[in-house]
Structure formats: C-alpha cells, structure tokens
Design a binder for this molecule. Structure first.
Ligand code: TGC
Ligand code: FAD
Length: 388
C-alpha cells in the first residue's frame, strides 16, 4: 500500500467538510476543462480568457471569499484550497482568478463607493466583466511608491498619464484598477476599457506564465469623471492591502503546482525501469521523494495555519510574507527536482513538470519577490526596515 504526501501528513483531517467539497468541485472542473487543453494553450502562449472567465464565474470562484454583490462569501481556507487546485492545473489559471478576485474585485469591494461596487462586482463575479490591477511600472516594480503615473484634477474630472507593465488580464480587461500619484497621495482609479487615451499592448514573448494574458497599460490624457476614483484608498497602503489578498492565494496555489509535479514524479518513477528495476526502488530517488514530500506537507501546514488566522481576522501581512516566501521557494525547488526524476521526458510538455517549473519563476517574482518578502520578515524580526 502506498500513501500520498498529504496523506502522510494527515492533511485531509484538518479540512472542514464544506472546504473539502469546494476543493473537490474545483478539482473536477480543472480535470475536465483545464488539464486536457493546458499544454496546448501554454505552447501557443495564449488562453481563451473570456470563455474561461465565464466558466470560472459559473464555478463560483471569482471573488469567492468576498461577501455580497453576487460573491460566494466562502472562508479564506476554501479560497486557498481553490487556488491550490487551480494552480495544480496551471499558475496562469490561478493568476486569472487571483487578479480578478483578490486584486481587482477586492480593490472595489474594500475601497469602492456603493455605486462602484454595484456597477462592477456582480458582473465580475459571473465573469461577464474581467478586471486587471495596474500597480507595477517599467521602473518601479518592487518599489511601487516611486510610480510615475499621475492623476491631475481638471475641473471635476481626473486626467491620468503614465504607463503600467506586466499587467495580468490587461488586454482582456473590461476595467483596469489603476494606481496613480495625486496631489493627495496615491489613489486608485477605475478605468473602463475603451476610454479614450487608454490602450494596452502585449509584453514580449514570455517563457513563464504562457497561458496568461500579460500586458502593458498606456494612459495618455485619459479623462475620467470624479466618481472614477476609489474613495476608500489613500496612500500606498491601498494597493498593498490588495496584495495581501492575492499573496494569500499564492501561498496555497504554488503548492498545487508542486503537488502536481510530485504526483507526476511518483507515478513516473514507479513506471520507469532503469538498470532492471523501477526508478522508484532506488534509494537516491526515494531520498528525493521523501524530501519533497516533507517540504510539500510542511508548506501545506503553514498554508492552513495562515488560512485559520485569516478566517479569525488576525492574519498580518508579515505572516503572509512567511507563506509566500517559503511556499513559492519550496514549490520551485520541488518542480526542478521532479524534473530530474523525469530526466529528458521532464523537459517536454507531455508532462506538466517543466511547465510548472517555468511558471513558478514568475510566481517567485510577482506579488513581491522573494527578496522583498525576506526583507518584510527581517523588518518584523528586527524592527529595522532595510528596503532602502
Ligand atoms: P512602506 O513605507 O513600508 O508602507 C507604505 C504604507 O503601506 C503600508 N503597508 C501595508 N499595508 C497593507 N498591507 C501591506 N502588506 C503593507 N505593507 C506596508 C504601511 O503601513 C504604510 O502605510 P501608511 O498609512 O503609513 O502610509 O512602503 P515601502 O515603500 O517602504 O515599501 C514596502 C514594500 C517593499 C514591502 C512594498 O512596496 C512591497 O510590497 N513591494 C512589492 C511590490 C509588489 O508586490 N507588487 C506586486 C504588484 S501586483 C502583482 O504582482 C500581481 S501578479 C498577480 C498574478 O498574476 O497572480
Ligand atoms: P525589480 O523591482 O526591478 O527587482 C529586481 C531585483 O532586485 C529582484 O531580484 C528584487 O528582488 C531585487 N530587489 C528589489 N528591491 C530590493 C531591495 N530593497 N534589496 C535587495 N534586492 C531588491 N504587477 C501588477 O501591478 N499587476 C499585475 O497584474 C502583475 N502581473 C504580473 C504577471 C507576471 C507574469 C509578472 C512576471 C509580473 C507581474 N507583475 C504585475 C509585476 C510584478 O509584481 C513585478 O515584476 C515585481 O513586483 C518585481 O518588480 P520588477 O520585475 O520590476 O523587479
């Protein structure tokens, strides 16, 4: 009899029934709607984002942890487990959902006016409207406070100028949440697609997150009415507050990619005969598998703990950094180690391993690089901010 990595850790017993049901539903969706096509989308460097958004809306995962306005209102743990399953299929699919729910919808939910919430959230929950989140600029990624995008008052209107880059869902979005300096700190603006002066273009050819739309946003004298500004966010804490949400999803998500790699490696090692016996029967292989199982399980225990803290309303940004740093770092190490078990076959798209490994390169960088999260943890431990 064999055991699964999570089985060895007794993870299942830590999950309430409702959360397990949601997880299983998302897993079935991925098995039917994502896994059969994902290698093709990755190879093509594209995905049918509109069609998928509608299906993901029907599944109920868009903004699932938000309350009201057509959102499912699930626990944070359920949201984390959904991210885990989505990313076990592909990081690009989890990205689509993270940006929609945790960045664009969350920004409107947390900081928007009642009118903004009513206008956008129900349509975003069903996937009829797609959102993106424009914080990063070509010269300001880790240090978003330096952004050059400006919003100036002209009568009652706002006029925005600047550019954003590396924006997930950018070219397919119906609404962009754009962060800009004003005379009164950094503020967020809702920029509907088609607004004169607002355009998008693709970033260069990516070798990671290929099944994900990544765009530049260009804002040239974009005129918006006064009520386009999110009234509840003032200062960098606005966008950073949204990042906490999306980073939380990644804590669970990255381990989904790692789990898929480890399951693939376990099955491959059992089937592959080398020097007359299964690859799984060699001590060197078992040492690799045991180490990966340990990191996967420990990462999941950390994720579940952070989920519990979030559901109790006490989760701190530094704690999210612990999870993002550890779980993405371990996930990419697991993906690379699994690739060695599959050897030459491991570099093909016939297996998911190299796709996950490549995707995790972007996941290691976005939502705060590993270095940024190390510094956040260092700040928490020492009281000394070492960012600059
Ligand atoms: P600092 O002076 O420390 O803080 C400025 C203000 O923000 C507050 N704050 C936070 N608030 C909420 N949550 C957090 N995590 C916060 N961290 C800080 C802070 O209290 C302060 O508030 P106030 O009221 O005093 O003004 O800011 P800093 O300029 O020194 O920067 C700190 C640093 C480096 C940690 C921050 O800038 C950072 O996190 N940088 C990384 C940027 C990043 O993660 N970008 C992600 C862009 S979105 C994305 O990547 C989407 S990919 C999604 C996908 O496809 O899945
Ligand atoms: P830089 O900030 O230039 O960092 C370069 C290196 O310097 C890194 O190793 C970094 O860790 C290190 N470094 C930075 N600061 C310090 C320091 N203080 N001390 C020591 N080392 C440091 N952004 C959005 O706003 N919205 C999106 O939807 C979005 N989606 C993305 C999708 C993809 C596929 C990718 C790759 C990125 C996406 N991003 C998005 C941008 C992402 O958040 C940034 O790439 C990330 O924040 C890092 O910024 P940067 O690439 O400019 O790197």
């Amino acid at each position: 009899m064999t055991m699964t990595p999570f089985g060895l850790f007794g993870i299942e017993g830590l999950l309430p029934e409702e959360e397990r049901d949601i997880r299983d539903t998302v897993r079935r969706f991925c098995d039917e709607r994502i896994r059969p096509y994902i290698a093709e989308w990755f190879a093509a460097g594209d995905l049918p984002a509109r069609e998928l958004a509608l299906e993901l809306g029907k599944l109920g995962v868009l903004g699932m942890h938000l309350q009201g306005y057509g959102c499912a209102g699930t626990s944070a743990l359920a949201y984390g487990l959904a991210c885990h399953e989505l990313e076990a299929a592909d990081s690009g699919i989890r990205s689509l959902v993270s940006v929609q729910g945790s960045l664009a919808m969350y920004a409107i939910h947390a900081y928007g006016s009642e009118e903004q919430k009513r206008e956008w959230l129900p349509r975003m929950a069903t996937g009829e409207a797609i959102g993106c989140f424009g914080l990063t600029e070509p010269d300001y990624g880790s240090d978003p406070g330096g952004m050059r995008t400006r919003a100036k008052r002209d009568g009652d209107d706002w006029v925005l100028n600047g550019s954003k880059t590396w924006i997930t869902n950018g070219a397919v979005a119906d609404v962009a949440v754009v962060w800009a300096h004003t005379d009164d700190k950094i503020r967020g603006f809702l920029v509907p697609a088609g607004t004169p002066g607002f355009s998008t273009r693709g970033v260069g050819e990516k070798m990671s997150l290929r099944a994900s739309v990544t765009s530049e946003l260009v804002l040239e004298d974009v005129r918006l009415p006064a009520d386009a500004m999110l009234p509840g966010a003032r200062g960098l804490s606005g966008p950073l507050g949204c990042l906490n949400e999306a980073r939380f999803g990644i804590v669970f998500g990255a381990l989904g990619a790692a789990r898929d790699c480890l399951e693939t490696a376990l099955s491959y090692a059992a089937d592959r005969t080398i020097f007359g016996k299964p690859l799984a029967a060699y001590q060197l292989t078992q040492a690799k598998l045991a180490d990966m199982c340990l990191e996967l399980g420990k990462g999941m225990l950390l994720a579940i703990q952070l989920g519990r803290l979030k559901d109790s309303g006490t989760l701190r940004p530094e704690q999210v950094s612990l999870g993002k740093l550890n779980n993405v770092r371990e996930a990419i190490a697991i993906a690379r180690e699994c690739r060695t078990i599959l050897a030459a076959n491991g570099i093909t798209l016939e297996y998911p391993v190299i796709r996950h490994a490549n995707n995790l390169e972007a996941v290691l960088t976005y939502e705060g690089t590993s270095e940024v999260h190390s510094l956040v943890i260092g700040h928490a431990l020492t009281g000394e901010p070492a960012f600059r």
